[in-house]
Design a protein around this ligand. Structure first.
Ligand code: BGC
Length: 386
C-alpha cells in the first residue's frame, strides 16, 4: 500500500514539476517522472542537517524539507544540532556513513564543514547549502537561499521608514530632522548571511549617516562591534543594556532607532529598552526596532505596535526549492540557478537559487502572513505557534 501511495505521490510530483515548466531551481529536472523512478527514490536516503530548534524558522524549514522529500518518495534523516558545531559535524558524518545520497545543510558555522564535504564528495554525494552558504569548500554543489543583500536593504529601509526618514520604498521624505540617534546590531559572524544583511543595510543607511540625519552615537559602527554570536537573544539584550548605560544615560534618552537583523535579537533589544522605561509601544516613544523571520512572538509585537517590522522569508518556498534541486541531482541532472555571480564561498562561486523577501508592518500582517496561511489570526493574537 505504502509503495503504491508513494508511486501516486511520485506521479503527482512529476506532474507538478512539469506544470512548473522549468521555473525554479529544478528547471533542469526531468519532468516526466515515472513509477519506476519513484521506487528508486524510495530507497534513497537524504540527510538534512539544520542548526537549531531555538528559532522557529529552522523547525518550519526542517519540517517542510522533510515533508517535500518524503512526498517525493525519498527517505529522510532530519537532524538538529543545538547550535553546537561538533554535534553538526557528527550528524553529517553519520548521514554519510548511513549511505545518504544527498545532503541538505544549513550550517551553524559556515567554515567548519570542509572535511565532511570532502568526504561526501569522495563518495559522490551532492551537497546543497540551505539558506546559509558553506564556505571554504569546493564541494558545495548548489545553494538555495533568499536574496540576503536585499534582506539587509529591506531592514534598513524599514528602519528609515519607521523613523520618518523615507517612505516604504526608501525614497527620502525630505522632512526628517538631522541628528537622530540609532544603534546597529549584526548577526553571528560565522554565518555568511550576517555579512550580506549587514552590507545591504549599511549601503542603505550610508547616505543618511553621511548627511547627518542619522548618528550612531556609540560609534560602534563595525560588524565586529555589532555582532551577536549565534544570534542569541540574551546576548543582544546584554549589549543593548550596556549601550543604554554607556551612551544613553541609562534611560535611552535620545535613542530613536535600532537596526536588528533577526526577530530573536529584536526581542532582546526591546526587552532592554522597555527595561529602562522606554515605550512600552512605539506610540509611547519606544525606538523603531526592525527584525527578520516573522517569528510569531515578533509578529504579535508588531501587531501590538511594539516592534516596527520584520522581514518575511517564506520557508515553505525555500524548502520547495531545496526539494526540487534535490530531485534534479538525484536523477543525475543539474538544478538551474538564477544567480551565478554573488555567492563566492572562498573556493568557487556556488550556483544559487535566490528567493525574494517581503517586509511586514502592522498593516500588512493580514495580507502577507495570515492570508498566505503562514500564521493564523489566532496565532498572531496569542503570539504562540499552534
Ligand atoms: C538566516 C536568518 C535567521 C538567522 C538566525 C540566518 O542565517 O538567514 O533567517 O534569522 O540565520 O537564525
Amino acid at each position: 500500500m505504502r509503495r503504491i501511495g508513494m508511486a501516486i505521490v511520485g506521479i503527482a510530483t512529476a506532474l507538478a514539476l512539469a506544470a512548473c515548466g522549468g521555473t525554479g531551481a529544478g528547471g533542469g529536472a526531468p519532468t516526466g517522472g515515472s513509477t519506476a523512478n519513484n521506487q528508486a527514490a524510495g530507497d534513497t536516503l537524504v540527510g538534512v542537517a539544520m542548526p537549531t530548534q531555538t528559532s522557529e524558522r529552522w523547525i518550519a524549514d526542517g519540517n517542510a524539507v522533510k515533508k517535500g522529500l518524503t512526498d517525493a518518495g525519498y527517505k529522510v534523516d532530519l537532524q538538529y544540532a543545538n547550535d553546537d558545531i561538533p554535534t553538526q559535524t557528527q550528524q553529517i558524518d553519520a548521514m554519510i556513513t548511513a549511505g545518504a545520497k544527498l545532503l541538505i545543510i544549513a550550517a551553524i558555522d559556515g567554515t567548519a564543514l570542509t572535511s565532511q564535504l570532502q568526504n561526501a564528495a569522495s563518495k559522490g554525494i551532492k551537497v546543497i547549502a540551505y539558506d546559509r552558504l558553506i564556505r571554504d569548500s569546493e564541494n558545495v554543489d548548489f545553494y538555495v537561499s533568499f536574496d540576503n543583500y536585499k534582506v539587509g536593504v529591506a531592514q534598513a529601509t524599514a528602519l528609515l521608514y519607521g523613523m520618518g526618514i523615507t517612505d516604504r520604498d526608501g525614497k527620502a521624505t525630505g522632512s526628517a530632522p538631522k541628528g537622530q540617534n540609532i544603534e546597529m546590531f549584526a548577526g553571528s559572524l560565522d554565518d555568511n548571511n550576517a555579512h550580506f544583511f549587514w552590507n545591504g543595510a549599511q549601503d542603505t543607511l550610508k547616505p543618511f549617516i553621511d548627511d547627518g540625519t542619522l548618528v550612531v552615537k556609540s560609534k560602534q559602527t563595525t560588524i565586529e562591534q555589532a555582532a551577536t554570536l549565534r544570534w542569541l537573544q540574551e546576548t543582544a539584550q546584554k549589549r543593548m543594556e550596556d549601550l543604554l548605560t554607556s551612551t544613553y544615560g541609562g534611560k535611552g534618552t535620545g535613542l530613536k532607532g535600532v537596526l536588528s537583523p533577526y526577530d530573536g535579537i529584536s526581542r532582546g533589544i526591546i526587552t532592554a529598552l522597555q527595561g529602562v522605561g522606554m515605550g512600552p509601544t512605539i506610540k509611547e516613544g519606544l525606538p523603531i526596532v526592525t527584525g527578520q523571520d516573522a517569528e510569531i512572538a515578533s509578529v504579535k509585537l508588531i501587531a501590538d505596535g511594539v516592534q516596527s517590522s520584520t522581514i518575511f522569508k517564506d520557508t515553505r518556498k525555500l524548502a520547495a526549492q531545496a526539494v526540487t534541486a534535490s530531485q534534479a541531482f538525484l536523477s543525475g541532472k543539474t538544478p538551474e540557478p538564477n544567480n551565478t555571480k554573488d555567492y563566492d564561498n572562498g573556493k568557487k562561486i556556488v550556483p544559487s537559487y535566490l528567493l525574494e523577501v517581503d517586509t511586514v508592518y502592522a498593516d500588512t500582517i493580514q495580507a502577507m502572513l495570515i492570508d498566505s496561511g503562514y500564521w493564523t489570526a489566532d496565532e498572531v493574537k496569542s503570539g504562540v505557534a499552534k
